[in-house]
Design a protein around this ligand. Structure first.
Ligand SMILES: *[C@@H]1O[C@H](CO)[C@@H](O)[C@H](O)[C@H]1NC(C)=O
Length: 284
């Protein structure tokens, strides 16, 4: 298996200690079709305010390691692997900027919630919510994004944004990158992966793909995928980075109920009940 969660070095340290046996070195190959001005991988600079829901999640060293999306003045949706095992008071949430080292505002977290079946089965249910100590002040550059209200249709256009590496093993993006991708049905996504990676694709995942040289990379993890002005996906994993395979996201539509229950505050215990959330084995 040559999958990596799409994250950055600091976080990898945490994951490596927890899941060392599942990580191997990614392929060193990079598409020679990639030109120098291509980002996310293959994207372009996002204008200030373009992705006003985008946040940079940073740790005690004040450097970007994961993306996230503002879904409410008190809540950030991200990937579980971005926060799992982390101490909430050390999380810093950077909002309203396309330069992750130049925050318009910084918020602290008092708690976070990861899905009780995160990584069970492996790589699945990779979704988490960060609760902020103080409410976000919304403005032109800082807004909440609505959750997906319906499943995506095959080939629907979706926009990914992130500060992830602009190429495998390369530097992180200085400025927020955006790229237009296409939603791939579950069936077509399965077909697009190598046999050995297919079992990782869970019912709670959605995929995007356009072509080799376009897609997500380390540091994009947790970040938002938008379609029809709704938040449809959270970056989970892929074969890094844009090497010609689809990217996999946690489906916001699939986890909508879990998200709402956690946010309602009635979920202090229920967010760790396993039985309500089907795994891939239950499908058909
Ligand atoms: C989506 O695109 C693929 C590949 O181009 C095509 O085979 C498929 O029929 C399309 N699906 C729809 C619903 O248009």
């Amino acid at each position: 298996m040559h999958l990596w969660r799409i994250t950055s070095i600091l976080l990898l340290y945490i994951i490596v200690t927890a899941t060392a046996k599942r990580l191997i070195t990614p392929k060193a190959h990079l598409s020679d079709r990639q030109s120098e001005n291509e980002r996310v991988v293959g994207g372009t600079n996002a204008e200030p305010g373009f992705a006003s829901y985008q946040v940079s999640i940073q740790g005690m060293y004040n450097s970007h390691w994961c993306g996230g999306a503002i879904i409410d003045k008190h809540w950030i949706l991200t990937a579980a692997h971005c926060i799992y095992g982390y101490n909430p008071p050390y999380l810093r949430i950077i909002t309203g900027t396309v330069e992750s080292d130049k925050p318009r505002a910084v918020y602290e977290s008092d708690e976070y919630y990861t899905h009780c079946n995160y990584d069970n089965p492996v790589y699945s249910n990779d979704i988490g919510l960060i609760h902020l100590k103080d409410p976000i002040v919304f403005d032109q550059y800082t807004q909440a994004v609505p959750l997906a209200s319906k499943p995506l249709e095959d080939n629907a256009t979706a926009i990914l944004t992130g500060w992830g590496d602009v190429q495998l093993g390369g530097p992180p993006a200085e400025s927020l990158q955006k790229i237009s991708l296409k939603y791939l049905s579950h069936k077509r996504c399965l077909e697009a992966f190598e046999e050995e990676d297919r079992e990782i694709l869970d019912i709670g995942h959605i995929c995007t793909f356009t072509k080799e040289g376009e897609g997500s990379c380390h540091g994009d993890s947790g970040g938002p995928l938008i379609s029809g002005d709704e938040l449809v996906g959270i970056v989970n994993w892929g074969v890094p980075c844009a090497q010609g395979y689809p990217d996999a996201f946690a489906s916001v539509y699939f986890y909508r109920d879990w998200i709402r229950r956690v946010m309602s505050g009635r979920c202090k215990a229920c967010h760790c009940e396993a039985s309500n959330y089907p795994t891939f084995g239950d499908k058909n």
